[in-house]
Design a protein around this ligand. Sequence first.
Ligand SMILES: [Zn+2]
Length: 279
Amino acid sequence: MSFSYEIKDILCKTEYICPGCRRAELAGFFSFPAKLRSNATHYLCSGEVISKRIAAAVNEELGISAVADRRRILLGNGAAEKLQSALSSDAIINDCCAMAYVRGAFLTSGSVSDPEKAYHIEFATASFDEAQKMIRLLEDVGLTPRGARRRGKLVVYIKESAQIAELIGLISGGMAGLEIFSAQIEKELKSSAQRRVNCDSANLKKQTKASVKQLMAIRKIKKAGEWGRLPKTLREMGSIRLENPDLSLEELGTLLDPPIGKSGVNHRLKRIIEFADEC
Ligand SMILES: [Zn+2]
């Protein structure tokens, strides 16, 4: 299974946050790649989990007949035309729906590289308007996508690892971002020569996992706009962790003024995680 498909498999397990999310996902799925032909009788997907999820949503959300048949969605007579008009108005009601739209677009025309090899996520479309819309939606959540033309298609892409992790986290309801983020940090850790000497791989894994958890907590608090509510000592601790994802607790402690020991650092980071759980 390709890495892209592994991610799509996880995305197909994502629950809809609000009642509008399902329609938004369908709009992204059917509008983003290119306009569905009004006389189309089937739609090809890259996998069975996708055809099943989308066909079910077409049936239940729009009351239009569609059947999943392996990688295809079979459309009944006139169904494509009905789909087109049902999805023609703007389907994005709430912020969560915007991410559902992006998820739908990714399911049908997105791909992401295995972070062990390269950092790249992209969406391909034949429509200039849809490409512009995708760029706007991604910018609205603080990402910096770029656009390019490739083999007659418009491609919207991101190459920064942390942004890719964040985007996948957003469209998967947080289910898939962590793994990518963890792979990224592990890579950074591995590239540090000193780490290679000092840490065995079990230790490295443990340290990476803890660091990822702390970073996710810090980002969550910031995103929720609650960072200012943390006590100053915790904010200092969090900022230093954010700038140094690959340092051990002892090393983090030496960067504080005045310096503190390993258990003090551990205690503060734990409090940050507890605080994030409440956000
Ligand atoms: Zn929604």
